[in-house]
Design a protein around this ligand. Sequence first.
Ligand code: UD1
Length: 355
Amino acid sequence: MKVLSIIGARPQFIKEAIIGSAIREAGIEEVLVNTGQHYDANMSDVFIKGLSIKKPDYNLGVGSGSHAFQTATTMMRLEEIAQTEKPDIVLVYGDTNATVAGALVAAKLKVPVAHVEAGLRQHPKDMPEEINRVVTDHISSLLFCPTQKAVDNLSREGITNGVYFVGDVMYDLFLKMRPHLDITGTISRFGLKEKEYILSTLHRDFNTDDPERLHSILSALNDISKEIPVVLPLHPRTKKAIEIHRFEKLTSNINLVEPLPYHDMMSLIIGSRMAITDSGGLQKEAYFSGVPALVMMPDTGWIELVEAGWNVLVDADRGKIVDLALRHDTSDQKKQKGLYGDGNAGGQIAEFLLD
Ligand code: UD1
C-alpha cells in the first residue's frame, strides 16, 4: 500500500512526526511531499530535523503568496507527482493551504483522501483555515477526528461515513517527547523562572492583519509584561505586520524571540504560568501541560477546553486579556480523561488505513 502525505507548514511537520513513523511501522509505503509553504529554517527545517521526520521525497518550493497562489501552485505541482506515484490514498493534515490543495488534487484524480484532524469548526467562517477544513472534510473518504466534538460537527453536516474518533496526534507527540525535554535548562536559558512567566503566540490573520486588533493585543501583552514576563516567539507574518503599522513601541516590554523549535516550545509551555495565544496547537499543548490558556479568538475549534473552564476566549479585548492574565484562578481546574484520545492516534490511523 502506498500513501502520499502532504506537509508544508509548521503544524504539519509536527503531525507528520507521529503519522509518518506510525504508517511506516505498519508496513505502509510513504511518499512525502513538502509544499514549502513555510520555508524559513526556524519554521520548517528545525522541525524536520528536530523531530526526525523522513527527508521529503519531493519539495515543491511554493513559498509565500496569496491564498490562490499558494493553493494553485501546490495543486499544479502536486498533480504531476500524484500521477507519477499513483498512490492508493492521499493523506492531508489540519487546515492549511497545503491541506486543501492536496485534497482537491487527489479527489479530482479519484484517489481517496484521508484527513487527519477532521471535523474542527469555528467562527469566523471566513478565516482561511475554516474554509480549508470545510472543503477538505467534504471531499475526504476517511476522516480522522481528534475529539468527539469533531465527530458531532461532521455529523451535523451529514458526514458520517468513514469518520473515526482516534484522538489527537499532537497529544501522541507531546507524550512521546515529554521525557526528552530539558525543562529547567530551557527555562533558565531564556532567563525565566518556573511558573513566573507567560508564554504567548500570535499569528492568526484576523489578529495580525487588522491594525485595531493587533494594537489592542500588543498593548495588552505589553501591559501584562510590566507585572510578569511575557515571552512571544514572533511568527514572520506578525513581525511584518508590526513593522508595517509601526507598532514596535507597543512591544517594548515584551520578550520577543524568534520562532522556537518544538522541544524549546514544549519546555517553555510546561514551565509557564499561563498561555495567551491564537494558535490552535498551543491552546491544547497548554492543557496537556496543566497550564490554562487565554485564547485570542472569537471562537475556537477546541471548544471543549473552554466549556471545561480550562481555557477562556478573550478575543482581542485588551481589558479582558490583562485582567484575566493577572487574575485567572487556576487552582481547582481538573483535567478530563481521554478528551484527546489515549496517545495512540497515530497507531490507530495506520490501522484504519491498512483496513
Ligand atoms: C499557516 C496556516 C495556519 C497554520 C500556520 C502555522 C494557512 C491558510 N494557514 O499560516 O493554518 O496554523 O501556518 O504557522 O495555510 N512567512 C515567512 N517565512 C515562513 C513562513 C511564512 O516569512 O517560513 C511569512 C510570509 O510572508 C507569508 C506569511 O508569513 O506570507 C504568512 O505565512 P502563510 O504561509 O501565508 O500562513 P501562516 O500565517 O503561516
